[in-house]
Design a protein around this ligand. Structure first.
Ligand code: ZN
Ligand code: ZN
Ligand code: ZN
Length: 374
């Protein structure tokens, strides 16, 4: 889904991001970076672009005047974004012309050239041939900027968090025995837009045994009395920043075992939130949740990492996972979403987005965490 009508941030914000990306490229020894359509392009100049056969690309780097190469039929649209107000060089091309020549002109004599990880192979191969260099992945350079959210980005994530909280607060209106997961999901999806998102990115309604599959989305299963139901939902607000929050519900009364285990899960989630601060490693935050579950004999029921970064994409760095020694820093935003899954029976997950502050974290989701009876 493209968002190009109004740049969500001031030109100064984008100018700073471009400058930082060039500085990071220089630090990494890259002379030029070619950014294709996708979250990196959206972050840097406010245009998502389509991943299509016609090349749209941003070329930046130390000593390079940032240049956007764009098909002429996309030119007006791109000029209406931050690209227009930043005074970037824009070179357009029409069908029949070779856009790789325009990329080569922008890259100039650069010896080491990086590409964004979303640039299609369709373009990577001819660009490499045209430039006569071995292209490198610019992922480490580009992720560094996106991983640390500035104030304007945190405000957008907060807006998204408030919007999805409002949807969770309304879930009891729709979730009840005798309806299918798909029917409930349709109501939830409508509310995701009604509460302030521009797009629905995903709706998971996992009832009873379906909740035990972390990858389940929706089905025609009829929800029954006593079902534990995982509702994991998210959307993008008009600026393109995403929400992602999970709550676990029960239709009627939970079994004593489910009530007890979900209470442990809520404590595990809180333990990871408490551990999330600058200076901690991603694996330490993951371990904080994992330890609470293990101490209660539920370690084997937790089947995935504790969280993922979020921004203009739903899943991005940093990944809050065992073995990730990345040291967390102020401005990082990520999910904390431990879950417990009992195959063929039921599952539960609790998920909030947090953003790291100077000495801890701010929780961006504040709908009640405890198992909610509907
Ligand atoms: Zn989620
Ligand atoms: Zn998530
Ligand atoms: Zn996910």
């Amino acid at each position: 889904m493209e968002r190009v009508s109004t740049p969500p941030f001031t030109p100064a914000v984008y100018a700073a991001r471009l400058e930082r990306a060039s500085a990071l490229a220089a630090d990494a020894g890259l002379d030029a970076v070619i950014v294709g359509p996708g979250p990196d392009l959206q972050y840097l100049v406010g245009v998502e672009g389509d991943t299509i056969e016609r090349l749209t690309a941003l070329v930046l780097g130390p000593g390079i005047a940032s240049t956007v190469v764009v098909p002429r039929m996309e030119l007006a649209k791109v000029r209406s974004t931050a690209v227009g107000s930043l005074g970037l060089t824009v070179t357009d091309w029409v069908d029949g012309e070779n856009p790789y020549d325009l990329v080569a002109t922008a890259v100039g004599s650069a010896a080491r050239v990086g590409v964004s990880d979303a640039l299609p192979a369709l373009h990577v191969v001819p660009i490499g041939e045209r430039l006569g260099v071995r292209l490198e992945l610019a992922t480490p350079v580009l992720r560094e900027g996106r991983m640390i959210k500035d104030e304007a980005e945190v405000a957008e994530l907060r807006r998204a968090g408030d919007a999805i909280d409002a949807v969770h607060r309304r879930v009891p209106e729709w979730l009840r025995a005798g309806r299918t997961e798909r029917e409930v999901a349709a109501d939830v999806a409508a509310a995701i837009v009604a509460e302030g998102h521009e797009t629905v990115e995903f709706v998971i309604v996992g009832s009873g045994p379906n909740g035990a599959d972390p990858h389940h989305e929706v089905s025609d299963r009829m929800i029954a009395d006593g079902d534990v139901v995982v509702v994991d939902i998210g959307g993008a607000v008009p600026s393109g920043y995403n929400s992602d929050s999970t709550r676990t519900y029960v239709v009627g009364e939970p079994s004593p075992e489910a009530a007890e285990r979900i209470a442990v899960l809520v404590r595990a989630q809180q333990a990871a939130v408490d551990a999330a601060r600058p200076g901690a490693t991603a694996s330490e935050v993951d371990a904080a949740a994992r330890q609470v579950l293990a101490d209660a004999g539920l370690g084997d029921a937790f089947l995935h990492r504790t969280g993922h970064g979020i921004g203009v994409s739903v899943h991005e760095e940093p990944y809050i996972a065992p073995g990730n020694d990345l040291v967390l820093r102020e401005g990082m935003a990520f999910s904390i979403e431990p879950g417990i899954y009992f195959g063929g029976e039921w599952g539960a997950r609790i998920e909030d987005i947090v953003v790291l502050t100077a000495d801890g974290c701010e929780r961006l989701n504040n709908a009640p965490h405890a198992l909610r009876s509907v």
